[in-house]
Design a protein around this ligand. Structure first.
Ligand code: PLP
Length: 433
């Protein structure tokens, strides 16, 4: 399929291999696909389905399996684990008055977050283009994914992370996989500004979601769900919003799927932000007249972002899907996390914002009775052991959150007991009675 870089603001086009990060007008660039050239939607669906039973790495990958809509690269040039083979779990829709509810667990990717879906494309493309070194700003998961794919591609990796507030699981991955890690004196937005400047003026390849190839990979979350649900999608897709890469990628996927005739009706996107890090929700209240960057604060560190780079693409997604943007408190995020954890699905706090957001939107009647919804769980429970332990040990005050009876009920601390079997059995009997 024919591809070009195209500005979403002024429609200016550039060759796919142009190294610029933005259009000369400052607008964001899309990898624009010429969909006219393509096979019928029925042929695409049967080809995608056929590949799930193929042994080839490019078919095993839940990203490259959809390569017609991702990127054309020779199979032997792909940097792939393979990624994207994540499960779709059916949850009980009854408490929300829904007809069906699913959770797509992107925490089951090789490095434990959906970032792998974008990174396999960005790093494969960078390798194809003979990149010298890769760089990103990260709240944690991007650095873990980049460190992993960079190591596989034998390319040097540099990551800039905020001072503190990075979950231990993520930082330890980046360090273990050999990324040169710099903790900056500032927050994620400062790190993002610095890497964009560095990549614009030096021979360093930026792989944040400002890189449009990342978003081509992340589109496959939607394609994968579509295939898992028998070539259909639910009424609503609920996703946490930070730098708004997924929001942008999902909208682009739905625009293309509609154009290809894969969808007759387009699902609505519901983007959930943390109350203390909600510049997109605030902009939505102003009918997207402008974005006002804020100083973000939330325990959901993956979405602790005050100046999302993909803002204008995300607005396009909300407009196209008649989507909504809402907020939830940190306490609501923790309670939702507890509910997912207890079903042994589990996730990191940012991902649980989806369930908290679903609760808010159904109680407000925005998501109506009898509708169906899909939650995108973006990262693994193991990413943020500190938060899980604080919740389990009843120490949410350590996270700066006031203890409530509801949060107190989430506690499940380990108990110190003597080592003799009789005493232990007395405790077990007491617990079982
Ligand atoms: C990166 C990340 C997010 C935020 O996604 P955006 O695409 O930047 O909005 C949410 N959850 C997790 C676990 C992440 O790693």
């Amino acid at each position: 399929m024919n591809r070009q870089l195209r500005c979403i603001q002024c429609d200016n086009v550039y060759p796919l291999d142009d190294r610029r990060l933005r259009c000369s007008c400052g607008g964001l660039l899309d990898v624009h696909l010429d969909l006219e050239q393509h096979a019928s939607s029925a042929e695409l669906v049967s080809e995608f389905a056929r590949r799930t039973s193929s042994d080839a790495p490019c078919d095993q990958s839940g990203v490259w399996r959809f390569r017609e809509l991702v990127l054309d690269l020779p199979a032997n040039e792909l940097v792939t684990f393979p990624e994207g083979r994540t499960n779709l779990y059916a949850l009980d829709p009854a408490p929300f008055g829904l007809s069906a509810l699913w959770a797509k667990h992107e925490g089951e990717n090789p490095t434990g977050s959906f970032k792998d879906r974008g990174m396999t494309v960005a790093v494969s493309w960078a390798l194809h283009r003979s990149a010298r070194a890769l760089i990103c700003a990260s709240t944690g998961n991007t650095s873990a994914a980049l460190a992993a794919y960079g190591a596989r591609a034998h390319l040097p990796v540099f990551v800039l992370i905020p001072n503190g507030k990075i979950a231990l699981g993520k930082l330890s991955q980046a360090l273990a996989y050999g990324a040169r890690t710099m903790q900056i004196d500032g927050d994620f937005d400062d790190a993002m500004r610095a890497v964009e400047q560095l990549a614009a003026s030096h021979d360093l390849t930026l792989v944040n979601s400002l890189n449009p190839f990342r978003l081509e990979g992340q589109k496959t979350i939607i394609l994968d769900c579509f295939m898992q649900l028998g070539a259909s999608l639910p009424d609503w897709i609920v996703v946490p919003g930070g730098n708004l890469g997924n929001t942008s990628a999902f909208g682009k996927a739905l625009i293309e799927m509609k154009a290809l005739g894969l969808l007759s009706t387009v699902p609505r996107l519901a983007v959930i932000q943390a109350e203390g890090a909600a510049p997109f929700a605030r902009a939505a209240e102003r009918a997207f007249s402008h974005l006002e960057p804020i100083h973000p604060e939330t325990i959901a560190t993956a979405i602790r972002i005050g100046n999302p780079v993909n803002y204008s693409k995300a607005v396009r997604s909300i407009t196209f899907t008649h989507g909504v943007v809402t907020t939830v408190t940190d306490a609501q995020i923790l309670i939702a996390k507890h509910e997912l954890d207890r079903q042994a699905i589990g996730c990191e706090p940012a991902s649980a914002a989806t369930l908290a957001g679903l609760r808010r939107l159904t109680s407000e009647g925005i998501i109506g009775r009898g509708q169906s919804a899909l939650l995108i769980l973006t990262g693994s429970l193991l990413k943020d052991p500190e938060t899980t332990m604080a919740l389990a040990s009843g120490h949410v005050a350590n996270l700066g959150i006031a203890l409530s009876p509801e949060l107190d009920a989430c506690a499940n601390p380990p108990r110190l007991v003597p080592s003799d079997a009789e005493t232990i059995f007395d405790i077990i009997r007491e617990e079982l009675s």
